[in-house]
Design a protein around this ligand. Sequence first.
Ligand SMILES: N[C@@H](CCC(=O)N[C@@H](CS)C(=O)NCC(=O)O)C(=O)O
Length: 202
Amino acid sequence: MTDEIAFYHNPRSRSQMAHWMLEEVGAPYRIVPVDFTRNEHKAPAFLALNPMGKLPTIVHRGTVVTETAAIIAYLADAFPKAGLAPAPDDPSRGTYYRWLFFGAGCFEPALLDKMMKRPEVERKSAVGWGSYDDVIAALKAALAGGPYLLGERFTAADVYIGSELRFAMMFGAPDLEGERIFDDYVARLSARPACQRANAEA
Ligand SMILES: N[C@@H](CCC(=O)N[C@@H](CS)C(=O)NCC(=O)O)C(=O)O
């Protein structure tokens, strides 16, 4: 069975985050371009892989992986030589999981609320991400010890959270611009050769 990853990709999408991760781990991969304007992501062949009709999607050793955070975490484990995930018995694995899941379960929905101008719910205790302000404050606190989410160690959690932050700042999400801690973090991540290689095509 080939070790090459089939990477279903459109540079104008979240698959850009997976692209950076593929470059970080040095995985052998082949891009399968998906043209949104031609609705290729809703074609039966693609829906058979990902019934959501969404990117990113990868196929590795016969297994389909979808969901950006899952793909990033999967690649960190599948290519351990890159050292981008703490070992399962390393206590910092907990911190690592924490921020990966925070990215998918809190940061993304809070960000989309803001960007789509959805009104904040009155009972933030009943909403998993509380509020945009709480999420941003939590991220700020997490990065205070820097330079990365796990302190001195760069991990796949930085690829995911960092990609979301880059995206949020690019689109002018509130309370991020001019915040030294976010500016420095994103600049640090953007300087990584793997990030630059992935972004070269975008
Ligand atoms: N929960 C998914 C969301 C993926 C997603 O929404 N991808 C967008 C591109 S950024 C997409 O493929 N949209 C095409 C569509 O839904 O028609 C993830 O985290 O990967």
